[in-house]
Write a protein that binds this ligand. Structure first.
Ligand code: UD1
Ligand code: CA
Length: 459
């Protein structure tokens, strides 16, 4: 049977104290709601319907290019009412899985197991045992240990409050059964709300309730405050770190790595502390990433060493390269094998050939640099005239002396040498030397200025 996923996300999230709806707050820089949608997509859901209310415009903005429908719940009258708002959009033939926009770390495997075990005319329910069940709906079982109802905290008797098996809220059933049962739900309870949980007793009286459990509590933890958001962020990061170590990556401190995207690492990669990974990053065998490095949408080749405080974005780094400390590698940078980018060097839209070096203090933008080129300290490609950008081409084996400016468009020929302090405005032929600086002069009668006596005037 095809699957429709309904994601409840209409609540305000008062305790977040935010102008942004709660479900848009991020875990690993991705909105919580998006985590839930991604989980739903992994189930190959035919439909995903988000029930939105508070901040619906911001939710719409997030969803605008996704195959996700929105059902508006203008007033939050309870979880049963919320699911009911989605039902008109649901394909009547389908199974329905109810998820929550503020329960972001739910796993595909857990949901697959839940959906695979829906009793005929019954409900599959995700429950968990907690040492402190306060606040949750309690799972009431009969003397055959079958689930017969859910009692909310505020409606529970003293005896029922002692039950430590609780409702995670996540459940699945057929669209036709849920529609019928939701029609029967009323709001005669302590909170005056239409409870989704009231459908459990109805299912128990029909096909029965199957209780499933998540592999860890983290999967079903909800976020109501920024403290809980931070706790789930850590849990998420810890799991990513554990998986990397299992694959043969050394993390100097697994609690000081932040993965905000997808990181693929080969064996024997070493990652030091406070590294941040964003977007899609691939690190090949044996590469070493030192402390405080930020890697975004890049590939780091085999055996390359990224030294401390380096930022790399939108770049492809070859094998056995060395970068940093304090290098800034911007989008469109491609380094061939054994290239070297040292401290305070910035590159952008630049290809550096094999074995080429820019060891200190340089800006290389919009450039094609050949092999075994040496770029001295303080060299700048002047790629911009204030309106347009131009290319600099440096051919194999060229030597660019320190503090030179290469005013683009310009080509430095093979094995050419640019003397220190030269402003190159015209192409330099291969194997030639170019110097533009003033010839050094010695002024025999020059003296250092002497300090003037400030009291001179007052005398
Ligand atoms: C609900 C369950 C409870 C369970 C707990 C797990 C009910 C009646 N109770 O209680 O058994 O242990 O979750 O966390 O279902 N929402 C809407 N529209 C509404 C009401 C809620 O979209 O009208 C959304 C909220 O934004 C929230 C989620 O549904 O994300 C849960 O609602 P909440 O009011 O927090 O339910 P609980 O009282 O925690
Ligand atoms: Ca809640």
């Amino acid at each position: 049977m095809a699957l429709s996923v309904v994601i409840l996300a209409a609540g305000k999230g008062t305790r977040m104290k935010s102008s942004m709806p709660k479900v848009l707050h991020p875990i690993a820089s991705k909105p919580m709601l998006q985590h839930v949608i991604d989980a739903a997509n992994k189930l190959n859901a035919e439909q995903i319907i988000v029930v939105a209310g508070h901040g619906i415009d911001q939710v719409r903005e997030l969803l605008k290019d996704q195959k996700v429908q929105i059902a508006e719940q203008a007033q939050q009258l309870g979880t049963g009412h919320a699911v009911d708002q989605a039902m008109p959009l649901v394909n009547k033939e389908n199974q329905v899985l109810v998820l929550y926009g503020d329960v972001p770390l739910i796993k595909q495997e857990t949901l697959t197991a839940l959906c695979d075990q829906i009793p005929n005319n019954g409900i599959s329910l995700l429950t968990v045992k907690l040492s402190n069940p306060t606040g949750y709906g309690r799972i009431v079982r009969d003397n055959q240990n079958s689930v017969v109802a859910i009692i909310e905290q505020k409606d529970a008797s003293q005896d029922q409050l002692l039950i430590n098996e609780v409702n995670t809220g996540i459940l699945a059933g057929s669209a036709s059964d849920l529609t019928a049962w939701l029609n029967e739900v009323d709001n005669n309870n302590a909170q005056g709300e239409y409870y989704l949980t009231d459908t459990i007793a109805m299912a128990a009286a029909k096909g029965g309730v199957n209780a499933c459990h998540p592999s860890s509590e983290i999967e079903v933890e909800g976020v109501n405050s920024r403290v809980q958001l931070a706790a789930l962020e850590r849990a998420y990061q810890q799991e990513k770190a554990m998986r990397l170590m299992d694959k043969g990556v050394t993390l100097i401190d697994p609690s000081r790595l932040d993965i905000r995207g997808n990181l693929q690492c080969a064996q024997d990669v070493l990652i030091d502390i406070n590294v941040i990974v964003e977007g899609d990053v691939i690190i090949e065998t044996g590469a070493q990433i030192d402390a405080n490095v930020i890697l975004k949408d890049c590939v780091i080749g085999t055996g390359s060493h990224i030294k401390a405080n380096t930022m790399i974005e939108g770049a492809k780094i070859g094998n056995n390269c060395q970068l940093g400390p304090f290098a800034r590698v911007r989008p469109g940078t491609e380094l061939a094998d054994e290239a070297f980018i040292g401290n305070f060097v910035e590159t952008k839209k630049t290809k550096l050939g094999a074995g080429s070096k820019a060891s200190h203090l340089a800006y290389i933008g919009d450039a094609q640099v050949g092999e075994k080129v040496n770029i001295g300290a303080g060299v700048i490609t002047c790629n911009y005239d204030g309106i347009n950008k131009f290319q600099t081409i440096i051919e194999d084996g060229a030597f660019i002396g320190s503090d030179s400016q290469l005013v683009a468009p310009v080509t430095i020929g093979q094995m050419a040498t640019v003397g220190a302090g030269t402003t190159v405005t015209k192409d330099v032929p291969a194997e030639s030397l170019v110097i533009s600086r003033v010839k050094q002069k010695h002024l025999e009668d020059w003296q250092r200025p002497v300090k003037q006596d400030k009291n001179e005037d007052k005398k």
